[in-house]
Design a protein around this ligand. Sequence first.
Ligand SMILES: Nc1ncnc2c1ncn2[C@@H]1O[C@H](COP(=O)(O)OP(=O)(O)OP(=O)(O)O)[C@@H](O)[C@H]1O
Ligand SMILES: [Mg+2]
Length: 223
Amino acid sequence: MVRLHRVGKKYAPSRVALADVSFELQRGEFAYITGGNGAGKTTLLKLLFASEKASQGAITVNNRDLSALHNNKVYLYRREVGFVFQDFKLLSDLTVFENVALPLGIRKMTAREMEFRVRGVLSLVSLADRASDYPKQLSGGEQQRVAIARAMVGKPSLLLADEPTGNLDSKTARDIMTLFSEIREMGTTVLVATHDESLMQEFPARVIELFQGRIASDTRSNS
Ligand SMILES: Nc1ncnc2c1ncn2[C@@H]1O[C@H](COP(=O)(O)OP(=O)(O)OP(=O)(O)O)[C@@H](O)[C@H]1O
Ligand SMILES: [Mg+2]
């Protein structure tokens, strides 16, 4: 479903963010990307979201070659992909409802269906009663859950999440991980960048570890 072959990314000639990264993810697989600050986790997710281009190698998602993706076709590709950003990227002038509805705006969908979908994902993240609030009226953890709802609303086949539990207390973090497991059981491939060792122990899955932009280990848990 996702395939990286000898992928490299340089932001500048001397700034190598990723080097010789190869792995595959099956449909419905759940995997973590881990590694220290600056190891290349966010860069890897950005390449998969087509918001950065690889400098080397090949990336295919759903049989699409991302290096051949035209700029004016990126929005079509992104309908298949949900992204939870490290810094949420909620729009402060829009309500929670409007933020979550954003990815649906470019599709032909009736207002009623949009309402149904947005309300549905907001209840999944336990924010059904905050739909008309603005992001600044929410706590950090609540904003993070809005970002997760927005990433899921389009029913993506690939969900990318960058430190999605970074600002959450441990109970909410567990709820979010349970939610990701449920999404994955519906057939979505999920790739989560995280530093959180205890979370990875509690929700065991494949762990792809980066060190200075290279894969240091790629291990599957037995459970
Ligand atoms: N837009 C950019 N321009 C130049 N260099 C960048 C850019 N984005 C990231 N880098 C560099 O690429 C390397 C990998 O960064 P990246 O953000 O992918 O790391 P990360 O593993 O997500 O780190 P963190 O745990 O701190 O979020 C770092 O050395 C970083 O300084
Ligand atoms: Mg990062």
